[in-house]
Design a binder for this molecule. Structure first.
Ligand code: SF4
Ligand code: SF4
Length: 239
């Protein structure tokens, strides 16, 4: 996959998503709907993020050497957490408590240092309730009436999916971008490669891995990862 061409296409998809999201948000807030995401709000930046190989190639090109170094350290923590976790819930909890915030987050300002190239998952996460509910334990810690109010809100607000306070239509709006990235991978690699944000960004710099991808053989890619002790189904998925 040519990195520059890939980045051009990925950024085109990001721009299209941003336009669709802007238009949806304008209609939603025009009807009185509230969105709590704001500049400097970052409580969600410790969640695990899944992204596609084209998105990893894109953001990797914009990152500084220091950011790549920090991402490697972060990926090692992701790896350790994946090996300790017994199930997906534990994996997510451990990611938030042990792995911690994304290394691209500027903690001083609460802003994303790679905002323009942040992955789709970061773009399509919008909260319809206050940010403290996005923090680890924010929802689980609600008791009594507060819990019942939360459950009623996520059930009755048509922009929520009945289970969580994130705005579901904004997630759905990213489907065309996911589809496009899937098609790009099938065309260029012969299969789809998805995985953890930090892990895939680091793998863009692993020459043997990139070479194995170019051979368009998914079995070989998995074998290369296994040989390097770097295969874990929670962290990398080949479809
Ligand atoms: S999803 Fe939650 S934590 Fe993230 S920016 Fe929005 S309100 Fe803040
Ligand atoms: S890429 Fe940016 S928006 Fe996404 S988790 Fe990292 S700091 Fe947050």
């Amino acid at each position: 996959m040519n990195a520059q061409d890939t980045a051009r296409e990925v950024r085109k998809q990001y721009a299209r998503y941003d336009e669709r999201a802007r238009s949806w948000l304008s209609a939603y807030t025009g009807r009185g709907g509230r969105v709590y995401c704001a500049s400097g709000c970052f409580r969600c930046c410790d969640m695990p993020i899944r992204l596609s190989w084209p998105e990893a190639l894109t953001i990797a090109q914009s990152m500084s050497e220091d950011q790549h170094r920090d991402m490697h350290a972060h990926a090692r923590k992701v790896w350790a957490n994946a090996h300790c976790a017994k199930n997906l819930d534990e994996y997510v909890r451990g990611h938030r408590s042990q792995v911690g915030f994304c290394p691209l987050l500027d903690r001083a300002t609460g802003s994303c240092s790679q905002y323009a190239d942040r992955p789709t998952r970061c773009r399509d996460t919008y909260s319809g309730l206050p940010a403290q509910l996005c923090a680890p334990g924010g929802v689980e810690g609600l008791k009594g009436q507060a819990r019942r109010d939360y459950q009623r809100e996520v059930r009755t607000n048509p922009a929520m999916d009945g289970h969580s306070h994130y705005l579901a239509p904004l997630e759905d709006l990213s489907l065309p971008a996911w589809d496009r990235f899937g098609a790009m991978m099938r065309r260029e690699l012969g299969f789809e490669l998805w995985g953890d944000f930090a892990f895939l960004v680091c793998m863009t710099r692993e020459e043997d891995f990139v070479k194995a991808l170019q051979e368009r053989d998914p079995g070989k890619v998995i074998r290369a990862l296994r040989k390097a002790g770097l295969y874990h189904p929670e962290i990398v998925q080949i479809e």
